[in-house]
Design a protein around this ligand. Structure first.
Ligand code: PMP
Length: 386
């Protein structure tokens, strides 16, 4: 039977997107492909809400997008404030450290976000070149509101870099209005394209900071010196070459961005919000606890849930597989074995989440967790109809 992939990326992809990937590969300088690449760059600006931003599409994963932001904007000795609410915040610190940044890790307690006062205190402390925010940390299912943090960054003359890998095209975002300098993501999450593309949108201010570097970018592949002329050429519909683009993935990207823009980004974000809210209510009705301490900081693209008392994680996930629903385990090393994660982003529908809840009820019930069969499905339906 067909399995439902409900992990927080890669996700279930639209059939049109997968079909688009299957085209006979063209030359990267074929006129049709130049048009598709150029159009994808333009559509990115709509999704990011950044008419003035400089988009980059590069073959690689979300980690490359983080690496590119660090390599191009940071020089040895620069102070960078890393605001972390889980595993991916710490990854940003690791990456920045490689480039010789002087990083300060502002780590929120488990299940919480760093308070704005703590962020401002740090920014008062010394002159930071940049700060990083993980919009949705996929390891904890926690969302951080980037708006006030970007404003603080501006006030203290630091660049704001947003890891939007688990948020772009799923959570509310307005890069230009919120004055975020870099918003980066990867293809396999709410963007809805198989893994393999790193996507970045860079503000005019950040491009200027990059241009004014005193030292060369110490990474050949990531250097915007190599990629900026390519992005400009494709947008102006001219052939160019630096590294062979992932032709089929970019064809799929254009298809998915068109689907996203056709739905409308606002409507899409609302769909994520209402599905996530109903899903959280359903999870609570099963007497399960989510990892974020309050629902205000619970992401709308995934939900992280603690295993109930006495339920073995491996047994639960294997029972879910028997029901053809694939979920993800924990990711935060300290508490990996105590929780699981369910992705609900991209083309996710009520049907998908009802299937997850049905399978989850059967699995938990068989594993001895006391629950009322049908309760979470009913709760989900009622909440969705509100
Ligand atoms: N940041 C966040 C918030 C993520 O969720 C992920 C992937 N789960 C990454 C960065 C890294 O992306 P990738 O696995 O594509 O390298």
């Amino acid at each position: 039977a067909r399995k439902l992939l409900m992990i927080p990326g890669p996700i279930e992809f639209e059939p049109e997107v997968l079909q688009a990937m299957g085209i006979p590969t063209t030359s990267h300088v074929a006129p049709d492909f130049i048009e598709i690449f150029g159009k994808s760059l333009e559509l990115m600006r709509e999704v990011w809400m950044s008419p003035k931003g400089q988009p980059f599409i590069v073959a690689g994963t979300g980690t490359l997008a983080m690496d590119m932001a660090a390599a191009n904007l940071i020089e040895r000795g620069d102070n960078v404030l890393v605001i972390s609410s889980g595993y991916f915040g710490k990854r940003f610190k690791d990456i920045l450290d490689r480039y010789g940044a002087n990083t300060t890790l502002l780590e929120a307690p488990l299940g919480e976000i760093a308070p704005l006062e703590a962020i401002e205190n740090e920014l008062k402390n010394k002159q930071y070149k940049a700060l990083t925010i993980t919009h949705v940390d996929t390891s904890t299912g926690i969302i951080v509101d980037p708006k006030p943090i970007a404003q603080l960054a501006k006030k203290y003359n630091a660049l704001s870099i947003l890891d939007g890998v688990c948020s772009v095209a799923g959570e509310e975002l307005n890069q230009d209005e919120w004055e975020l300098d870099v918003v980066l993501t990867a293809s396999q999450k709410a963007i809805g394209v198989p893994p393999g593309l790193a996507l970045l949108m860079v503000s005019e201010k950040a491009m200027q900071v990059w241009k004014n570097r005193k030292t060369p970018v110490p990474n050949y592949y990531a250097d915007w010196t190599n990629w900026l002329p390519i992005m400009k050429a494709y947008e102006e519909r001219r052939p160019s070459y630096f590294g062979t683009p992932a032709v089929n993935l970019i064809v799929a990207l254009e298809t998915s961005l068109k689907i996203i823009c056709k739905e409308g980004i606002e409507k899409r974000v609302k769909r994520h919000q209402s599905l996530a809210k109903a899903f959280r209510a359903a999870i609570a009705s099963l007497n399960l606890t989510i990892l974020p301490k309050t629902t205000e900081i619970a992401a709308n693209t995934l939900t992280a849930v603690y295993y109930p008392e006495g339920v073995d994680g491996a047994a639960l996930s294997s029972k879910m597989v028997d029901s053809n629903v694939i979920i993800a385990g924990g990711l935060l090393p300290e508490i990996k074995a105590t929780y699981f994660r369910i992705g609900h982003m991209g083309s996710v529908s009520p049907n998908d989440l009802l299937a997850v809840l049905g399978a989850l009820e059967r699995a938990l019930s068989e594993l001895g967790h006391p629950l009322e069969i049908g309760k979470s499905l009913q709760t989900f339906q009622i909440e969705l109809l509100k």
